[in-house]
Structure formats: C-alpha cells, structure tokens
Design a protein around this ligand. Structure first.
Ligand code: CA
Length: 235
C-alpha cells in the first residue's frame, strides 16, 4: 500500500520566502497547501486535515498568534511551528503560550527548519498511533472485543453488540477523557444523511451504562455532557 505523504499547511505572506519553503518541503516529500493570510489559514484548517502547520507570526488580517489560539480553542491539536520575525522573545513566548509546539526566528537555516518539521510530524504520528485502540480493550472488569462485536461485562456475561454500538464505543474510547461532540458522533457512526435524535445516542449510552457500569445511575465511564456531546473517561 502506498504511504500517504504528510501534509503541511504553509502560512507565510512573503511570496519569495513562501515559494522557496514550498519548493523545499515538496522536495522532502511533503504535500504543501498554501495560505498567505490568517483567515485563509483558518479556513484551510477547518476544511482539511494537516500533519503540521508552519505559521508566520506577522500576517495580514489575523496574525499567527491569533491563528494559533483559534485553532487550539477548536480543540485541534495539529502541531504548529511558528516563524517569528522579531528579535524580541515576546512573540515566541506568546506563541508557545497560546499552544504552538515549536518556533524558529527569521532568518533561519533551511536545514534546521526541515529537521524541526520532520521531528514534529514524527512525534505527532507516534502519539496518534498510541491513541488508536487495538482489537480488544479492557477497563475495570469489562473487555470489549471490537472485531467480534461483543463484550464481556463485570458479571462475566457476554453481551453481543450491534455494529453501531461497537462503532460508538470505539469512537468514545479512542477519544478517552475528551468530550466527543454530537455532530462528530452522528457523522462517524450514523453517516451524513441520517439524522437520529439526541434520544438515539442517549439510549446507546444508557445501554453502555447497563453493561459496563457498577452503578448505572452514577456512571464512572460513560458521561453525557448536556448540549455538547458524550465522553468516555477512566479514573
Ligand atoms: Ca510575514
């Protein structure tokens, strides 16, 4: 199977530098999407998945610091490498505070940039691989077998799971300790063109509590967050 090229969003308004970076990144085997200002950068982030964002700080419309902050407020953990033009450290510190992962000060060494890019992409990939659950998953006294679509519950009982139950369990567990928004659940489990009511997801969650919780009225694992979504958590 062909490996997909890592994708990078390059946000830089100085055209010469932009073109030079794009060319070099492409030569390294990356797929590069271009943005020349902050609002277009945010638009691309909303539309597409990226493995990394290279983000200039001084940009027209919305600056790189604000772009970083907005991306993080959307719960998007894409690695961000900021390029700061100033000699002062204020930009870098602010960028890192708002959630950037790394920075370079202009003018920078191309080789160093490429090394940092690769490091950030590798680190992110490793983290994502870790968060993918395997064929089975155990918590408390329960074990779920995603392949067989069944679960062994606290009483040692085997429960057959429907396909949608299995998908929802997997989605929630892969996002452990995070609220998964209703829209994301509907999209991932029910598909784009079917609109189940909130009740439908609620009923699934009620079943999960019956199967897996010690006390289904006082859930430890499966939580609903009113008006937002659902969360699987441990401890
Ligand atoms: Ca600039």
């Amino acid at each position: 199977m062909e490996n997909k090229k890592p994708s990078i969003l390059l946000v830089e308004d100085e055209e010469n530098l932009h073109e030079a970076l794009k060319l070099n990144l492409e030569l390294e085997g990356y797929e590069v999407t271009s943005a020349y200002d902050g609002s277009n950068a945010l638009k691309s982030v909303a539309d597409e998945y990226f493995d990394l964002i290279i983000l200039d700080v001084m940009l027209p419309e919305i600056d790189g610091i604000n772009v970083t902050e907005t991306i993080r407020l959307q719960n998007n953990e894409v690695p961000i490498l900021i390029l700061s033009a100033k000699n002062t450290s204020a930009d870098r510190v602010l960028g890192l505070k708002k959630g950037a992962d790394d920075y370079l000060t202009k003018p920078f060494n191309l080789e160093e940039l490429l090394l940092r890019v690769q490091k950030l992409i590798d680190k992110n990939k490793k983290m994502q691989d870790k968060e993918t659950v395997g064929d089975t998953y155990s918590f408390g006294e329960n074990t779920i077998d995603f392949k067989a679509q069944e679960a062994k519950t606290k009483n040692g009982e085997i429960v057959q799971l429907s396909k949608k139950e299995t998908m929802l369990l997997k989605l929630l567990i892969e996002n452990k300790n995070e609220v998964v928004p209703r829209e994301k659940i509907l999209q991932a489990v029910w598909g784009y063109n079917v609109y189940p009511t909130t009740r439908t997801i609620d009923n699934f969650i009620l079943n999960f509590r019956k199967y897996f919780e010690e006390d289904s009225r006082n859930p430890k694992y499966f939580h609903s967050v009113r008006g937002v979504g659902y969360k699987y958590s441990e401890g």
